[in-house]
Structures are given as structure tokens and as C-alpha cells.
Ligand binder design. Structure first.
Ligand SMILES: NC(=O)c1ccc[n+]([C@@H]2O[C@H](COP(=O)([O-])OP(=O)(O)OC[C@H]3O[C@@H](n4cnc5c(N)ncnc54)[C@H](OP(=O)(O)O)[C@@H]3O)[C@@H](O)[C@H]2O)c1
Length: 312
């Protein structure tokens, strides 16, 4: 029989990618969404509200694993309302999924939670899983999110929380706006350029998530990022190289502030801060990266960039 994996909040960037990865490997994938239920093939969508128990909880009974991607996107201006929703959507979804698992006669063997490396704040110090946390709103969200996830024991269910880095993929995510900037010769260094980007290729993240679902020895918190974080300056230089773009003017911090608020309608700190993280526990458990090198990762994701962007 096919193993059923439930992806809560699986309609987004990471969830859609994992759904495809799992179905290719023979899993039965069910996505919990606030959108309508629909019986797509091969993926089924089941409606929930991310806050209350309902019919959807039947899907958890007898499932192989639950992976939770739910959360209002942090890519917005941090008004009070948005901050509340960023926090609430994460804490409530963890709580109600825990309730649903506790109510099962035949609970899933694994509960995997998407967390974030933002817990380390804005730092250039090398961070592994044991490093001190930072300060500020994003850090507080991550801490409360992790506390909520580990708060209640699930006797028959292994818990894994992946603190995910800057995931690079083809359709969406944080790479898309950077590619747009580079396309219009605006892909220069952002701010000081010394803030780190702890990046990873989506294929590597999907494999980590598969490990978290399947490997009995995996438990607790992991930094889910590549082994070679780079500074923003290096990231932008490599992106320009892969897109066959020459030098581009740097965007000093005040310009980034204005551009973020007025044009991109998002929080400037997302581009101006960063962290230098390593996947210590994953490497210790023998995980190997398909894309440890940034240039190779970008060449895989932007395959026709060089020829399409050649000057005529
Ligand atoms: N992408 C990255 O590089 C990255 C890095 C670090 C951490 N993460 C974390 O990983 C998780 C998934 O990331 P993603 O990039 O896939 O995010 P995403 O594309 O924004 O998808 C998140 C999903 O959560 C659901 N959602 C949004 N607001 C909600 C709300 N108020 N209440 C309930 N559900 C809500 C949405 O599903 P429906 O509309 O279908 O309900 C949405 O598709 C997020 O928690 C994110 O913070 C992502």
C-alpha cells in the first residue's frame, strides 16, 4: 500500500516542490489548504482552516507522516496585523496538528516541521544548531514556533524540525525577485554586502525532508541549509555571472529601504540582514549535498540564462 504523507500548507513554494518529489517516489500526497477540497491526480487537496479540528483530521489517521509548511509569508511589511498573522498562523497550525495526531488511534510515525534559520538573527558568526539565538521579531517567531512544536509529547510520533535556509528553486521563492533585478542590470550588492546568505538548492531540501520522514534516527532540530553559505556580495556576483550580466551598481541601505517599502512592499531587513549557518547535524548523520556549490546550483536553476541574456 502507498504511504500517505500529509503536507499542511503544502500549496506554497516548498510544499509544491516536495509534493512532486514524493509523488515521483510513489507516495500518496494529501495537501491541507484553506482553498477548496479537490481530488486532483496524483495529489489530493483537503480543506482546513489551520486553526480548528475538522473533517480534515481524518486524513491524519493512519498516515505515514505529517509535514507542516503552514504560515503567512514573511515577505510583507511588518505591520501589527501582519506580525500577528505571521505568528498566529504558525503557532495555531502546530497546535491543531498536534491535537489531531494525539487523537489518532493509528498516528503517523513522523511529524516534520518547517522552521527557519532566522532564529539566529543577524550575525556573521558561524552558526550550528547549538549557537545562541538572536533578537527581534523574527527570532521571537522562530522561538515560539519551536517551543509550540516540542511542547507536547507524541508517544508514537518522531518529531523533526528543520530550520530552513534561503531555498533556491525554479518557480518562486526568494531567487525570483533577485533574478528580476539582475535581468534589469540591478543585481548589484545589497546594503553592505557583508550579510550572509545561508542558501540551499530545493532538490537538497526535498531530500532532507524525505530523510526526516523516513529515517528513524532523525529526531529534534536540524539546520537545513547548504554547507557553503556566502556573503550577499558573493551571491549577487555569482548570480550576475550565471545570468551573463556584467557589473551592476550596488544598492546602498537607504535605497534598499525605500525600494523595499515603496516598490516591493516588503520588509527591508529581509535583504539587509543575514546569517552564516552550517548544517552540522545533517553532515554528521551522513547527508551528502547534490549542490554544495552556489554557481552549479544557480546554473541548474537558470539553465538558459547565459544564451537568453546574451547581448545582441
Ligand atoms: N521558502 C523558503 O526559502 C523558506 C525558508 C525558511 C523557512 N521557510 C518556512 O517554510 C514554510 C513554507 O515556506 P513556503 O516558501 O512554502 O511558504 P508559502 O509559499 O508562503 O506557503 C505557505 C502556505 O501556508 C498557507 N498559509 C498562508 N497564510 C496562512 C494563514 N494565515 N493561515 C493558515 N495557512 C496559511 C498557505 O496555504 P493555503 O493558502 O493553501 O492555505 C501557503 O501556501 C513557511 O513557514 C516559511 O516561513 C521557508
Amino acid at each position: 500500500m502507498q504511504k500517505r504523507v500529509i503536507l499542511a500548507g503544502g500549496s506554497g513554494f516548498l510544499g509544491q516542490s516536495l509534493a512532486a518529489y514524493l509523488t515521483q517516489r510513489g507516495y500518496d500526497v494529501v495537501i491541507l489548504t484553506r482553498g477548496g477540497s479537490r481530488d486532483g491526480q496524483p495529489i489530493r487537496y483537503v480543506q482546513w482552516d489551520g486553526e480548528h479540528l475538522g473533517e480534515w483530521a481524518r486524513e491524519i489517521e493512519g498516515s505515514h507522516a505529517v509535514v507542516n509548511f503552514t504560515g503567512k509569508s514573511v515577505n510583507c511589511i511588518y505591520t501589527r496585523k501582519n506580525r500577528e498573522e505571521i505568528m498566529r498562523s504558525r503557532l495555531q497550525s502546530v497546535k491543531v496538528l498536534t491535537d489531531a495526531i494525539l487523537a489518532c488511534e493509528n498516528p503517523p510515525q513522523a511529524f516534520v516541521q518547517a522552521g527557519s534559520l532566522a532564529i539566529f538573527g543577524d550575525t556573521r558568526a558561524l552558526c550550528d544548531e547549538e549557537s545562541p539565538h538572536g533578537t527581534g521579531f523574527s527570532v521571537e517567531v522562530c522561538q515560539r514556533w519551536e517551543e509550540a512544536f516540542f511542547e507536547r509529547e507524541l508517544p508514537l510520533t518522531r518529531k523533526v524540525l528543520l530550520r530552513i535556509g534561503f531555498a533556491l528553486g525554479k518557480n518562486g521563492g526568494a531567487l525570483e525577485p533577485l533574478m528580476k533585478l539582475a535581468k534589469y542590470n540591478l543585481g548589484g550588492t545589497v546594503g553592505s554586502g557583508r550579510q550572509y546568505i545561508s542558501w540551499l538548492h530545493l532538490d537538497d531540501l526535498n531530500e532532507m525532508l524525505l530523510w526526516a520522514i523516513e529515517k528513524e534516527k532523525m529526531s529534534g532540530i536540524y539546520n537545513a541549509t547548504g554547507p557553503n553559505p556566502v556573503t550577499n556580495k558573493e551571491f549577487m556576483r555569482t548570480l550576475r555571472k550565471v545570468m551573463n550580466k556584467g557589473w551592476a551598481p550596488p544598492a546602498p541601505s537607504p535605497v534598499v529601504w525605500l525600494g523595499a517599502y515603496l516598490v516591493m512592499r516588503t520588509e527591508p531587513s529581509l535583504a539587509l540582514t543575514g546569517r552564516n549557518c552550517v548544517p552540522k547535524r545533517l553532515l554528521e548523520s551522513g547527508f551528502t549535498f547534490r549542490y554544495p556549490d552556489l554557481e552549479e546550483a544557480l546554473r541548474d536553476l537558470i539553465p538558459h540564462a547565459s544564451s537568453a541574456e546574451m547581448p545582441r
